[in-house]
Design a protein around this ligand. Structure first.
Ligand code: HEC
Length: 377
């Protein structure tokens, strides 16, 4: 058997045991002072005479108007036992409904009525606090199906009703969200575990890193001072430097492709290299011009991590100045009449490398993943 549900059940059980174990031991309630004997109401003195005088004519001596017999109560204990009856009695007397008003019938004075009702009230208020203390129990609540669906939606943002195949919630008093009524069957526990797994499967989306894809590097930049952005897209280099972008890769074989062309000047074509983190993969003679850009490409195996992919310009025709010297201004490169590399713009006699895009295609032959789900038990 898969041991996970067992562990879960054990845990839940531990919680149940833990909470009942945490109840304080039964002991007398110490915080309430015992009632003071002096002010304790007395049935014989404060209540009985009042009842005899005003009530027993209808609720005693065999008469039980309104199905109420009052002369069977002979002491405080009897009153406390029939709390509801006596709360009603207090109510009737305080509102003046009992005894019924009638011509010639004696009515209790307000102080008589006060004394009697207060005495009964005090008797009902005096609890026997010496018995074992019962703190009741705290129900460990569970969510019903609707609550579960809504909670999952709010918590992890997936909205697919994971509780749809849970057993029906127990209903009590017409409600399906009463903690004491909602039970947790072994079947439901299994459904919980299955739901948790499918919820997380939907919530955590990992694109398969082993699936090759072509990705275009965004936010390319040129080495400082060696070039810049070209009107109409892409970047250019006019000095020694590179155009690069960064990308996170998983381990595997990649083909790096760059769309390039040159402003051809002098008697040699633009020369460029593809680099990863500064390592040269391959060098190219870029004979292409603006009207028909070329794609240079190289294949390399990369380890997982963030890599800087770059196209470097190897032969600008202006050497950067030596330290202490003024950097040389770009000079027109003498154009041999038979040179195949005509400048794109005859006015600009400067060799330039243009990079339109850099693409990464991979990973192929990805590393075998060793993160198989561990088997339980
Ligand atoms: C003259 C007769 C008479 C006297 C005196 C009388 N009662 Fe009643 N009592 C009735 C009758 C009749 C009913 C039933 C009324 C009804 O069902 O509407 C009743 C009903 C009640 C009820 C029940 C009310 C209910 O909720 O149904 C209480 C409690 C009660 N009386 C308390 C008293 C008390 C306390 C006294 C004395 C202070 C008293 N009565 C005096 C005639 C009397």
């Amino acid at each position: 058997m898969n041991s996970r549900p067992l562990q879960f059940g054990t845990l839940a059980l531990a919680v149940v045991l833990g909470s009942s174990g945490a109840l304080p031991p039964d002991k007398p309630h110490a915080s309430l002072p015992p009632a003071k004997e002096a002010s304790a109401p007395s049935f014989a003195k404060d209540v009985a005479p009042f009842l005899t005088k005003h009530c027993h004519s209808c609720h005693g001596g065999g008469k039980n108007r309104g199905d109420l017999t009052l002369d069977k109560y002979q002491d405080e204990q009897a009153i406390v036992k029939d709390r509801e009856v006596w709360e009603n009695v207090i109510e009737m007397v305080r509102t003046g409904e009992m005894p019924p008003k009638a011509k010639g019938r004696l009515r209790p004075t307000p102080s008589e009525a006060d004394l009697a009702t207060q005495a009964i009230d005090d008797m009902l208020d005096r609890f026997d606090c010496t018995g074992p203390r019962n703190d009741g129990s705290v129900t460990i609540r569970r969510l019903n199906r609707t609550e579960y669906n809504n909670t999952i939606r709010d918590l992890v943002g997936v909205d697919f009703k994971p509780a749809a195949d849970f057993p029906n919630d127990d209903v009590g008093y017409g409600f399906d969200n009463i903690g004491d009524v909602l039970s947790l069957s072994p079947l439901l526990l299994e459904k919980y575990l299955a739901a948790a797994e499918s919820v997380l499967e939907r919530a955590i989306v990992i694109s398969d890193p082993t699936k090759p894809a072509k990705e275009r590097l965004s936010s390319l930049r040129a080495s400082f001072g060696a070039g810049g952005a070209r009107r109409g897209g892409g970047l250019f280099l006019n000095g020694k430097g590179q155009i690069s972008g960064q990308i996170y890769v998983d381990e595997g074989d990649y083909t790096i492709r760059a769309e390039v062309f040159g402003q051809q000047v002098g008697d040699q074509p633009v020369r460029a290299s593809l680099r990863v983190n500064g390592d040269v993969l391959k060098e190219f003679a870029v004979t292409a011009t603006q009207s028909a850009p070329a794609t240079i490409e190289a294949t390399v195996r990369l380890k997982a991590g963030t890599r800087t992919i770059a196209v470097a310009f190897l032969n600008p025709d202006t050497e950067p100045g030596k330290p202490g010297e003024e950097p040389k201004k770009p000079e027109p490169v003498p154009q041999k009449p038979d040179s195949p590399f005509r400048p794109v713009d005859p006015d600009k006699h400067q060799r330039l490398l243009f990079v339109r895009t850099i693409m990464l295609d991979g990973p192929y032959n990805p590393r075998r993943r060793s993160c198989q789900r561990p088997t339980n038990g």
